[in-house]
Design a protein around this ligand. Structure first.
Ligand code: TRP
Length: 459
C-alpha cells in the first residue's frame, strides 16, 4: 500500500491503495498461496482418488474460480468498501448484504482451524532449527506427529502463538512490511518447492506417485469428489467470503481486473500442482497411505526433507517460508472482518483486530484439542476441526461464491459491471463478454449442480 495513506482513516477518498501492479498481484497471490496449496490440496487429492480430483479441481479453477474472482474484484474495486458495505452500496435496502455476514462467519471458522495447522508448521520449524526433526524411519515420523497433534497443550499453544503474531501484524494496519517481505520470499518458496519436486521425482515411487496424481480414473468422479474439488478450488483461491473483494477495494482505477484474476489463479494452481508433485512420489516411496487426511503432509514432509543432504537447513527454511505464506493468508482472511468492523461499526483498528483475534483464539483452541482430548466430541461424525473445515470449504465458500456471481451477474447495474471490467471502456469488451457470461450463467449454475448432486438430488 502507499506509505503515506493509512487504511480506514476516514471516508472512502482517503482509503489506502496498492501502489503498483506488482503490489496487486503480490497481495492477491499472497492471500491465495498458503497452507491451502501445500497442506490441504495434497490431502484432499489423496483422499479423493488423486487424478480424478486433480482433473475436477483444475476444471473448477478455470470455469468457476476465475469468473468468481472477477465478480469479487468488481464488487470491491467498484465500491471501495468492505464486503457488507459493497452489497449495501450496490443494492441499497435489499437483504443481499446477509451474504456478507455469512462470509465473515466463514472467515472466522477458517481462521481458527487454519491457525492450528499453521501452529503445526511453527512446531516443525522450531524442531528443525533445534535439530530435533531429524528422524530415521517413516513409522517414527508418523508416531511423532500423532503424539504431537494429540498432546493436550502443545498444538493449542502453537496455534495461539501464531494468532498472536497475526494480531501484532494486523493491529498496526501496516501490512506493507510483511507484503514487501513476502514479495521477496515467495519466489524463494517457489524455488524450494521446485528443488523438492526434483528430489521427489528421483525417488523409486515417483512413477506411481505421478500416475496417482495425473492419471484420472473417470469412474472415480463421484459427487463427493466433485464437491471436494470445488471446495478446494474456492479455498485455495481465497474465494467466496469477500476476501478478494476486500483486497480489491484497495485497487486503483488502472488495475486490470480480468488479467489479475487469471494471473492469480494460474500461479496459485501452479503451486498446488508442485506441492502434489513433491508429496505423492514420497507417499508411495515410503509407504504412507495417500488417504491419511489432514495429517498427511506433516507426516510425509519430514521424510522428504530427511532424504536431502543438509536436511535440517532445508527443513528450517521450508517451514519458515510456509509460516510466512500462512501469515499472508491469515492476514487476508482477518482483514475481511476487520474492515467490516472498522467501517460499519466505527471501531478503531486495534479493537477490531483484538475482537477478531479473541474469537479465533477460542475456536482455534477447540480445534487444536479435537486431535487430543476432544477427539471423541463429534458432530455429524466429524471432529470440530474437520467440521469447521468441511462446513466452510465445501458449503459456505461455494455458497458465498454463488451468491456473489449471481449478484454481480444479475442484480448489480450492468453498465457498472462492464465499466469495472473494461476500466471505463478503455479495455476491449470482447474478451470481457466471455467473463460476464461465465459470471451470469456458468458459475452459479455449475455450483448449484454440484450442490444438488452432492445431496443426491440429481445424479
Ligand atoms: N487461500 C488460502 C490458502 O490457500 C487460504 C485463505 C486465505 C482463504 N484467505 C481466504 C480461504 C479466504 C478462504 C477464504 O492457504
Amino acid at each position: 500500500m502507499n506509505k503515506d495513506s493509512k487504511p480506514h482513516d476516514g471516508g472512502s477518498t482517503t482509503r489506502a491503495q496498492f501502489a503498483t501492479r506488482l503490489g496487486v498481484i503480490a497481495t492477491t497471490v499472497g492471500s491465495a498461496v498458503g497452507l491451502g496449496n501445500i497442506w490441504r490440496f495434497p490431502y484432499e487429492a489423496g483422499s479423493h482418488g488423486g487424478g480424478a480430483f486433480m482433473l475436477c479441481y483444475v476444471f473448477f479453477i478455470f470455469i468457476i474460480g476465475i469468473p468468481v474472482i472477477c465478480a469479487e474484484f468488481i464488487m470491491g474495486r467498484g465500491t471501495h468498501s468492505n464486503i457488507i458495505g459493497a452489497y449495501r452500496k450496490l443494492a441499497p435496502g435489499k437483504p443481499w448484504y446477509w451474504a456478507g455476514y455469512m462470509g465473515i462467519l466463514a472467515s472466522i471458522l477458517i481462521l481458527s482451524f487454519y491457525s492450528v495447522v499453521a501452529g503445526w508448521t511453527l512446531e516443525y520449524f522450531i524442531q528443525s532449527v533445534s535439530g530435533n526433526l531429524d528422524l530415521g524411519s517413516t513409522a517414527a515420523f508418523h508416531d511423532r506427529f500423532e503424539s504431537f497433534a494429540s498432546s493436550n497443550y502443545r498444538p493449542a499453544l502453537f496455534a495461539l502463538l501464531f494468532l498472536a503474531v497475526n494480531y501484532l501484524i494486523l493491529r498496526r494496519g501496516v501490512t506493507a512490511g510483511i507484503e514487501r517481505m513476502s514479495n521477496i520470499l515467495m519466489p524463494v518458496l517457489f524455488l524450494l518447492l521446485l528443488i523438492f519436486c526434483i528430489n521427489s521425482l528421483m525417488m523409486p515411487g515417483a512413477d506411481e506417485g505421478l500416475r496417482f496424481l495425473f492419471k484420472p480414473d473417470f469412474s472415480a468422479i463421484t459427487p463427493t469428489v466433485l464437491l471436494g474439488a470445488m471446495g478446494q478450488a474456492f479455498f485455495s483461491l481465497s474465494l467466496g467470503l469477500g476476501c478478494m473483494a476486500t483486497y480489491a477495494s484497495y485497487f486503483n482505477h488502472r488495475t486490470q481486473l480480468a488479467r489479475s484474476a487469471t494471473l492469480t489463479a494460474s500461479l496459485d494452481t501452479l503451486v498446488a500442482v508442485l506441492a502434489g508433485v513433491m508429496i505423492f512420489p514420497a507417499v508411495f516411496t515410503f509407504g504412507f497411505s495417500p488417504s491419511a487426511g489432514p495429517t498427511l503432509v506433516f507426516e510425509v514432509l519430514p521424510s522428504i526433507l530427511h532424504s536431502l543432504p543438509g536436511g535440517i537447513v532445508w527443513s528450517s527454511l521450508f517451514f519458515f517460508l510456509l509460516i510466512l505464506a500462512s501469515l499472508t493468508s491469515t492476514i487476508s482472511m482477518s482483514e475481511i472482518s476487520i474492515a467490516f468492523i472498522i467501517e460499519e461499526k466505527k471501531m478503531d483498528r486495534r479493537k477490531a483486530t483484538a475482537l477478531n483475534t479473541c474469537v479465533a483464539m477460542v475456536l482455534a483452541t477447540l480445534c487444536a484439542l479435537s486431535f487430543g482430548c476432544l477427539s471423541g466430541m463429534t458432530i455429524f461424525g466429524m471432529t470440530l476441526f474437520n467440521l469447521f473445515d468441511y462446513l466452510s470449504s465445501n458449503i459456505l465458500l461455494p455458497l458465498g461464491g454463488m451468491v456473489c456471481s449471481f449478484f454481480v451477474g444479475w442484480i448489480a447495474d450492468r453498465a457498472f459491471v462492464r465499466s469495472q471490467l473494461t476500466n471505463g471502456g478503455t479495455l476491449r469488451l470482447r474478451a470481457m463478454r466471455v467473463i460476464i457470461f461465465c459470471i451470469r450463467w456458468i458459475a452459479p449454475v455449475c455450483i448449484a449442480i454440484v450442490f444438488l448432486n452432492s445431496i443426491g438430488f440429481i445424479n
